[in-house]
Design a protein around this ligand. Structure first.
Ligand SMILES: [Ca+2]
Ligand SMILES: [Ca+2]
Ligand SMILES: [Ca+2]
Length: 293
């Protein structure tokens, strides 16, 4: 039975330099506003392969075939370059991915949607048994579509073993969240507050908003939520894998009250993701507003 179609993409980044820069930036800021960020991803080349059964090839890297249910060796090539496996699920299901580093590299494993947004429970940097390269995830794939598995490294990369398993499970399917993708973000308008909520029980895990600056202005986004703990994450257009800035300041001692200020450039669109601070499952009603100076 045809299960899914997988592709591979790889590229080069310099995670060490990124870490250094982020560390320097973070040292000069409120640590609750600028939190730890993963190595930044760069554009990738890609090749592809097709899955037609559980024992078939699901991806290739430089001609090395990767088979569902079998262990394959791969390398985060060069200077901390991630290996990126893009796959196309044909149903909802459960994806299991296991990575074991073969050197000293501290690896990370991410499962994301097609825009690079990490899925719930989609990251592993747990360093199993105190081994920085030992990572694994079991991730619910909520519906048919395109997704990615990324193996990154803090600092230098290296060789690793990887294996993946797939369970087609259509009953786990969920309807799309209407504002669950940055491409479906709601436009923020100054003077017009919006009342919305996060409702994980109905698949509403987070909300996306955006604003486009017509001039060079200062944009401030505020949330108010009397119950529940929210964060605001700022993303630049087209870079939805890692946030540019994050607010979990709990203003005035209220966990859902946050603010994010951006020195906006004319013509640029800025994206704001309102999300729970924790995957608690709690419904969190909130009001969001934007001000421009
Ligand atoms: Ca790790
Ligand atoms: Ca939503
Ligand atoms: Ca908060």
């Amino acid at each position: 039975m045809r299960i899914a179609r997988f592709f591979v993409r790889r590229d080069s980044i310099c995670a060490f330099v990124t870490l250094l820069v982020v560390s320097i930036l973070a040292a000069g800021c409120d640590d609750r506003v600028t939190a730890e960020r993963a190595p930044v991803r760069a554009p990738r080349a890609q090749s592809s392969a097709t899955v037609t059964g559980a024992d078939e090839v699901f991806a290739t890297i430089d001609g090395v075939e990767i088979t569902l249910g079998s262990v394959t060796s791969a390398v985060t090539a060069g200077n901390s370059s991630p290996s990126v496996f893009a796959f196309s699920a044909e149903t909802a299901g459960v994806l299991t991915v296991v990575v074991r580093g073969q050197g000293d590299a501290d690896l990370l494993l991410d499962v994301t949607d097609s825009l690079g947004q990490r899925l719930p429970k989609g990251r592993s940097d747990q360093d199993l048994n105190d081994d920085g390269g030992a990572e694994q995830v079991v991730v619910t794939i909520p519906r048919a579509g395109d997704y990615r598995v990324e193996v990154l490294a803090w600092g230098a990369g290296g060789p690793f073993d990887i294996a993946a398993g797939w369970i087609s499970f259509p009953a786990l399917g969920r309807d799309p969240d209407p504002d669950g993708l940055p491409t479906d973000a709601t436009e923020l308008v100054p003077g017009t507050p919006i009342d919305d909520q996060i409702d994980p029980s109905s698949g509403d895990l987070w909300d996306w908003y955006k604003i486009t600056a017509v001039d060079a202005v200062v944009v401030t986004v505020l949330t108010e939520a009397p119950e529940g703990d929210l964060v605001i994450e700022l993303y630049n257009d087209g870079e939805f894998g890692d946030y540019e800035n994050r607010s979990d300041q709990d203003l005035g001692g209220v966990n859902g009250n946050e603010s994010m200020t951006v020195q906006a450039q004319a013509g640029q669109t800025y994206y704001f993701k309102i999300a729970p601070a924790f995957e608690s499952g709690q419904t969190i009603p909130y009001r969001i507003r934007v001000g421009i100076m």
